[in-house]
Write a protein that binds this ligand. Sequence first.
Ligand code: ITT
Length: 203
Amino acid sequence: MTGTNKAIVVVSRNQGKIREFKRIFSDYVPDVNWRFLSAADLELPEIEETGSTFAENARIKALAGTRYSELICLGEDSGLEVDKLGGAPGVSSHRFSETGLDDDNNKLLLELLDGVPWEQRTCRYKCAIALADSRGIIAQSTGSVEGVIHSELRGTNGFGYDPLFYALEIGKTFGEASDSEKDEISHRRRAVQGLVPLIRRIL
Ligand code: ITT
């Protein structure tokens, strides 16, 4: 069976992530029919991210999607770990500040790191991906990218913490990076890369 006959549902409500997945998949696995649906689109109750790791939450999202859609589903959980904050915001990245809005999350991060020198502002983005079908979880992968939290917002590209995430490999924030510069090294790209051989085998 060829990939064009098969669909994979990406279970996410985050438009920033979905934009990136579309770009990354079109590079790696253009022959798969990807669908991007939120829990609401699947008429799922809001998926509770009760896991204590990115990998656990990715599995929860994938399994919830498959249960309702009966299609192969991809769940992704990602976030930022800041060493000085003991790994926070981590799995709570999307709801770090009270409102959970990107601007407020970034403001809180800057406040918490106020006066902390550059060499102690180390951090990383992490991404975990899980694929599920009617049998359960069939594949998992992770990716990460190292950075430093900048002392001020830089650039307007990307989403979430990108204006503060200074990526060491390219010497600029992801807010300043072009789409292709981010995609080249991103945690999301690295996680997808690990799944490509399996996606090719199952479709
Ligand atoms: P779904 O669960 O519906 O996919 P979400 O936004 O709640 O959407 P997560 O629980 O995985 O997704 O939270 C990820 C958060 O981590 C995201 O909202 C951002 O704040 C941050 N994040 C993850 N990847 C990022 C990236 O590439 N650039 C900027 N911020 C990112």
